[in-house]
Design a protein around this ligand. Structure first.
Ligand code: NDP
Length: 289
């Protein structure tokens, strides 16, 4: 069975549009997401555009703040301060990666935790770890929502998360632990045979590495739930203008073994954006009391 993030996103955004309309009607406030994009990275520009389009779809405002690639750290931090102080802005998203030489941690730490709709601020990470999340980071939140909406309960299951980044792997492992799965986290220092063993025993497999076809299909346990977070662009094949997007799992080989599997594209990616919209409404509600 395909875990169809695109279809689910449509449903979630539809519901959110109703909630946003009711909120605005009751309070006179339109939720607003500020998107900050530094430099001209084309992939980042595409992501920001999708996020702004989603705002439009649910009736939120997006305020776009593009900055040139030679922006200084101090200028970016001053902009964050301004957005923190602006009562019309409820969510602040600084698109990563920042240009080389910029310190993203300092910037993210400067965002008001109550407007940190990405959930990357240390105080929000702490709340998440303690199971008292204010904002769950959007990608792992999307992973959990995909499971929930498909009737997949992690309780008592063996889960393996490949990758331990602060924005995907680690929070995904925390959320699965909170949902009562028994979780193994693997990373670049995990010996190859242990990585394979951990994948092979996983009832729920979440892969967030960033390498095309990193997990061979034959490692996937029969009937497992496979959540492929990776987004990798292959080199263009002869006759193609741009290369295909593929995940971290060899989808063609894994599909026949998995019980459930996310496609790439169309699985986790759309869910990330839906969860960002949901977090922005949470922020607007909390800041409008
Ligand atoms: P990072 O590069 O931050 O993290 C990659 C992780 O993979 C690290 O923890 C790294 O381990 C681990 N890793 C690297 N090599 C191996 C290995 N040989 N065996 C096991 N683990 C390994 O990437 P992100 O987490 O930010 O993103 C991962 C992928 O997900 C990317 O393709 C990205 O594009 C995609 N992504 C998709 C999103 C979506 O909305 N669908 C959102 C965010 C990301 P170590 O910590 O030891 O270095």
């Amino acid at each position: 069975m395909i875990l169809d993030g695109k279809a689910l996103r449509k449903r979630i955004l539809g519901n959110l549009a109703g909630e946003v309309a009711a909120f605005t009607e009751a309070t006179g406030v339109t939720p607003c997401l500020a998107t900050v994009l530094v430099g001209g990275d084309p992939a980042s520009a595409v992501y920001v555009r999708s996020k702004r389009r989603a705002c439009e779809r649910v009736g939120m405002t997006s305020r776009h703040l593009p900055l040139p690639g030679d922006t200084t750290q101090a200028q970016l931090e001053a902009l964050v301060d301004e957005l923190n102080a602006d009562p019309k802005v409820h969510g602040i998203l600084v698109q990563l990666p920042l240009p080389a030489g910029m310190d993203s941690d300092t910037v993210l730490n400067r965002i008001d935790p109550h407007k940190d709709v990405d959930g990357f601020h240390p105080s929000n990470v702490g709340l998440l770890a303690l199971k008292k999340a204010r904002f769950v980071p959007c990608t792992p939140a999307g992973v959990m929502r995909l499971l929930e909406e498909s009737g997949i309960d992690p309780k008592g299951k063996m889960a393996t998360v490949v990758g331990r980044s602060a924005i995907v792997g680690l929070p995904a492992a925390l959320l699965l632990t909170h949902a009562h799965a028994t979780v193994t986290i693997t990373h670049s220092r995990t010996p190859k045979d242990e990585l394979e063993a951990a994948v092979r025993r996983a009832d729920i497999l979440v892969v967030a590495v960033g390498r095309p076809h990193f997990v061979p299909g034959e490692w996937v346990k029969e009937g497992a739930v496979v959540i492929d977070v990776g987004i990798n662009r292959l080199d263009p094949a002869p006759g193609e203008e741009t290369g295909r997007l593929v995940g971290d799992v060899d989808f063609e080989a894994a599909e026949s073994r998995a019980g459930w599997i996310t496609p790439v594209p169309g699985g986790v990616g759309p869910m990330t954006i839906a969860m960002l919209m949901s977090n922005t409404l949470v922020a607007a509600r909390a800041l409008t009391q």
